[in-house]
Ligand binder design. Structure first.
Ligand code: ZN
Length: 235
């Protein structure tokens, strides 16, 4: 039992050390992930706008061509108007002329709308690209900081993980399960020294009989209040 407890104490020391290393990285990993996603969204948005501009250009060309034809028709109708001899033919031509004029008005208005939309999208893409450039620079800097932090602690992390794996193999599964369960519930702390007769986590007073058991270190004693495994270490 003493041996199991000693191994759990050692495991906790390793895990606490690994947590400290993780804390050094702070919010950087999350920030890098967030920035990367933001960049992808922005790039996708810009690509959609560029695709829309191409659509607008195709549509504008098609419409301009069709308006050109209508203009030709209109010119022809107006010439024919001088040659008609009956009222009926005159009225029919006038109706064609009105229709052609309406098509030209509508078409030219739509061309203007397309041109406005194109301009707005072009301006937006310019602003997006400015933003993209700034964000890329910032992301690269954050990535570099993270890379340096990771590489500075890499060797230490690796040796701690090796040590951890060795110890894990030596601990009975039931103790290991208890350890992981308590650790998950107590912010990574599962094995804690008793401190001045109280639990080192919740400061709950430990009854004298339990204090004796803890000092003997020959059984696993947990805090009645918060459930962490307590051990004895001379202050
Ligand atoms: Zn406690």
């Amino acid at each position: 039992m003493k041996e199991s407890l000693t191994k759990l104490i050692k495991l906790q020391a390793i895990d606490s050390h690994l947590m400290e290393i993780e804390e050094q990285k702070g919010d950087l990993p999350a920030e890098v992930e967030y920035l990367t996603r933001e960049l992808v969204n922005l790039e996708e948005g810009t690509a959609q706008k560029s695709a829309r501009i191409e659509e607008i250009e195709t549509e504008s060309r098609r419409l301009a061509g069709s308006l050109e034809e209508t203009r030709d028709h209109l010119k022809r109708y107006q010439e024919q108007l001088l040659l008609v001899s009956t009222n009926r033919a005159y009225d029919a031509l006038m109706a064609e002329i009105d229709t052609a004029k309406k098509i030209l008005d509508d078409g030219e208005f739509h061309l203007l709308e397309l041109s406005d939309e194109r301009q707005r999208l072009t301006d937006e893409i310019k602003a997006d690209e400015l933003q993209l450039g700034e964000k890329r620079t910032y992301l690269d800097a954050q990535k570099e900081t993270l890379r340096k932090t990771v590489s500075a602690t890499e060797a230490e992390t690796k040796s701690l993980e090796t040590e951890r794996a060795e110890i894990l193999a030596q601990i009975e599964p039931r103790f290991l399960n208890a350890y992981e369960r308590i650790r998950a519930a107590r912010d990574g702390l599962a094995v804690v020294p008793m401190s001045r007769g109280a639990c080192g986590v919740c400061y709950n007073r430990i009854p004298p009989q339990q204090q004796v058991e803890i000092k003997a270190m020959d059984q696993i004693v947990t805090c009645e209040s918060c459930g962490v495994i307590l051990f004895w270490r001379s202050d």
